[in-house]
Design a protein around this ligand. Structure first.
Ligand SMILES: *[C@@H]1O[C@H](CO)[C@@H](O)[C@H](O)[C@H]1NC(C)=O
Ligand SMILES: *[C@@H]1O[C@H](CO)[C@@H](O)[C@H](O)[C@H]1NC(C)=O
Ligand SMILES: *[C@@H]1O[C@H](CO)[C@@H](O)[C@H](O)[C@H]1NC(C)=O
Ligand SMILES: *[C@@H]1O[C@H](CO)[C@@H](O)[C@H](O)[C@H]1NC(C)=O
Length: 478
């Protein structure tokens, strides 16, 4: 049933134009534009010498006819659909038509983008941003969740011991008193007591660090630091940076939201008092590294990490929010694809990856690639690691032709370079997701188990007519 052909549109032009045959004329018809009203003239499509592609509001073979009716051209803004009213339903309303608005829009012509922040959905000082039919809260640490309603403030176990010795490592160790005192990383526990009670880097170490391996991905919202005293003198870290990693190989240095420079945290000022710093935004990682920048006498540290398990959030709130294809939280710049198709090679009818938004309306309202084969993909850069739990896909129509992707794979990556494919939990093979069967129905697939990634790719494997996709990703901010 599914075809892999290039699905050229020739037999199905009727919805747009009527083919014009001028058999007595030869040559390139479009040298003289026989189309009216600013229409585009195209040669070399199918068997007909030329066709006219009419602008909105015009029809007929040569676009010389004005489409009649109040819905043509569509008076509704923001992807609203225009519905003609029967005479009996008229009267109380202003016109012969009514606009059915997409979620998040209202007004007679859907011209008003409803401010979804109006009823202040964000708790605990979260900053609300209005989206199309949705909102997003930017939560100050340690608050998380769709509405910043959850607090992520567990002490993760440096002081309590839940983090064991083998999870703590460092670039170097200071040995005091003829090498008898070992100021090892495993001692870097908040409020640790004794004569030797903290980590100190070796004095020759020019790039010291201490690292905690959390053994799984965790959400970290803050750090508590403390110095120590050695031989009656205070030693502590006055300023430090924080780096994190998923794999212990590539590290990212923490930056505050919207900043281009590494965040330098202000640390301690004496041997004993504690200093708390929050990570804003929170860090999601398995490995966390504290990098001293300025040390008093020596880089000496006792510490605690503050955060929470990632699945706390999904257990309480359900991790299946739309991540923003439809609402445009995912911006155009975050979408890319292997290639794009242009109907009849015309720029106006380009099927950009930026159109692959669930429920998008319009003449070209989905992504479609230049070729119909299994090398094509569409990619979303979520800009930070998120927990992905599902995907909704949808087909579309190209001038009346129903097109959709019926089987696809999903790939993901943390850096946009090395990719993993979502596997079938039972067989261990690449998971083949069942896609669409028509031009409009939402088909939802869940990722079981969920995965974490910044980049997600959808790779079509089977399709009807032409690869054509609108979609939404489901997950949460973990
Ligand atoms: C539009 O063009 C066709 C021929 O291409 C012609 O037969 C018809 O009369 C024209 N209609 C108007 C309204 O000009
Ligand atoms: C270290 O801290 C304790 C408690 O605040 C204080 O009594 C002591 O004098 C400090 N030692 C040094 C060397 O500063
Ligand atoms: C898909 O088509 C493109 C362009 O024709 C070609 O370069 C590529 O090798 C094809 N891939 C497959 C898997 O056939
Ligand atoms: C395409 O989707 C629309 C909207 O749901 C539906 O009304 C129409 O019947 C579908 N067209 C085809 C050919 O399936």
């Amino acid at each position: 049933m599914n075809r892999h052909g290039n699905g050229l549109i020739a037999p199905t032009l009727t919805a747009l134009t009527v083919l014009v045959s001028l058999s007595s004329v030869t040559g390139n018809y479009c040298e003289v534009n026989l189309c009216h009203n600013g229409a585009t003239c195209v040669t070399g499509v199918g068997e007909e010498p030329f066709i006219c592609i009419c602008p909105d509001g015009f029809g007929g073979d040569t676009c010389n006819l004005t489409d009649t009716g109040p819905c043509s051209p569509n008076p509704c803004k923001n992807d609203g659909t225009c519905e003609l009213l029967t005479p009996t339903r008229r009267g109380d309303v202003f016109n012969e038509y009514i606009c059915r608005c997409q979620p998040g829009f209202e007004g007679v012509h859907c011209q008003i983008n409803v401010n979804d922040c109006d009823n202040e959905p964000c708790a605990n000082g979260g900053k609300c941003r209005d989206l199309d039919g949705d909102y997003t809260c930017q939560c100050p640490s340690p608050y998380v969740g769709k509405q910043c309603q959850l607090r992520c403030i567990s002490l993760l176990g440096m002081e309590g011991g839940a983090i064991v010795e083998s999870q703590i490592s460092a670039s170097s160790v200071h040995y005091g008193i003829l090498g008898l005192q070992r100021w090892g990383p495993e001692l870097a526990r908040l409020n640790n007591q004794g004569i030797v009670n903290a980590w100190t880097s070796a004095s020759h170490d020019r790039n010291p660090w201490i690292e905690i391996n959390m053994q799984k991905k965790m959400r970290l919202t803050g750090i508590i630091t403390q110095g120590a005293s050695r031989m009656g003198a205070s030693e502590y870290i006055k300023a430090f940076k924080v780096a994190s990693s998923f794999d212990g190989v590539t590290y990212t240095t923490h930056r505050a939201d919207g900043q281009r420079r590494d965040k330098v945290f202000v640390g301690n000022t004496d041997n004993d008092s504690t200093k708390t710093n929050m990570f804003d935004p929170p860090i999601v990682a398995q490995f966390i590294r504290i990098i001293p920048v300025v040390c008093r006498r020596a880089c000496t540290l006792r510490m605690e990490l503050v955060g929470c398990e990632l699945n706390v959030y999904s257990n309480t709130a359900g991790c299946s929010e739309p991540l923003g294809m439809k609402s445009r939280l995912i911006s155009d710049g975050q979408l890319s694809a292997s290639s794009t198709f242009r109907t009849w090679g015309i720029d106006t009818f380009t099927w950009h990856p930026q159109f692959a938004r669930l429920d998008k309306q319009g003449k070209t309202n989905a992504w479609s690639p230049a070729n119909n084969n299994r090398s094509e993909w569409i990619q979303v850069d979520l800009e930070k690691t998120k927990r992905l739990t599902g995907i909704i896909t949808q087909g579309a129509k190209d001038f009346g032709v129903v097109q959709f992707v019926s089987v696809f794979k999903v790939m993901y990556s943390n850096n946009g370079e090395s990719w993993s494919t979502v596997k079938d939990g039972n067989t261990g093979n690449d998971k083949l997701f069942q896609g669409n069967t028509d031009n409009n129905t939402h088909k939802k697939n869940l990722f079981e188990p969920p995965f974490y990634a910044q980049f997600v790719r959808v790779v079509p494997l089977e399709w009807h007519e032409r690869i054509t996709l609108r979609m939404e990703l489901l997950g949460c901010d973990d």
